[in-house]
Design a protein around this ligand. Structure first.
Ligand SMILES: Cc1cc2nc3c(=O)[nH]c(=O)nc-3n(C[C@H](O)[C@H](O)[C@H](O)COP(=O)(O)O)c2cc1C
Length: 181
């Protein structure tokens, strides 16, 4: 659907507060904008109660602060990795390179059980957490805060160990994977 001209959206006559109870644009239009956000791709890993690893692909990883070192990741309600992460209070993030698209697809596939997501991959244990080797780097975090916003939970992690590697990033834009040109 074409966007209305800006002139068709005047400042609200009743003031901005009147818009707070308005449901706003529908989710399809919002997702159309979100899809245009280019982002790096990472895998968030955590340990389930029995100690088995859990992991999911994300494009929502964001740097928040260097002092203290804080990262943010957004996980949808119902995420098994979110449940593992909040249960143990720790998680890791592994940044993927352009060579790791298949890994990203595997960790995003709801049909692939978590044990199978890690099968055959070079995994290192750092502070007990699984991190994916051969990536752009990783961080191991303590959960600092978890806050619900809409259909996702924002998870802030305090970085306890970190390593930056080499390589070119895997990117996610317009619902498909890309590499830097
Ligand atoms: C490139 C890409 C980025 C994604 N980013 C996120 C994200 O930031 N947060 C999220 O909850 N799911 C994201 N997903 C979807 C999850 O990877 C997918 O639903 C996964 O199967 C969930 O596993 P889980 O139940 O362990 O969370 C993304 C998928 C892809 C392909």
């Amino acid at each position: 659907m074409a966007e209305p001209a800006l002139a068709a959206l005047p400042a609200p006559a009743a003031g901005w507060d009147a818009l707070r109870d308005d449901p706003g644009p529908d989710s399809v239009r919002c997702l159309g904008l979100y899809a245009r956000l280019a982002a790096g791709v990472a895998v968030v890993t955590a340990l389930q109660p029995g100690g088995a690893p859990s992991g999911t692909t994300v494009s929502s990883l964001t740097s928040v602060s260097a002092r203290p070192p804080l990262l943010l990741v957004c996980l949808r309600h119902g995420s098994r990795t979110l449940a593992a992460l909040t249960g143990r209070g720790t998680f890791a993030v592994s940044l993927l390179t352009e060579r790791q698209q298949r890994m990203a697809e595997r960790f995003a596939d709801p049909a692939v059980p978590h044990a199978a997501r890690f099968a055959g991959l070079p995994v290192r244990r750092v502070l007990g957490l699984p991190v994916l080797a051969d990536g752009l780097g990783w961080a191991v975090c303590l959960v600092e805060d978890v806050r619900r916003y809409g259909d996702h939970q924002l998870v802030v992690g305090r970085v306890r160990a970190v390593e930056a590697g080499d390589g070119r990033p895997l990117l996610w834009h317009a619902r498909s994977f890309h590499a830097l040109e």
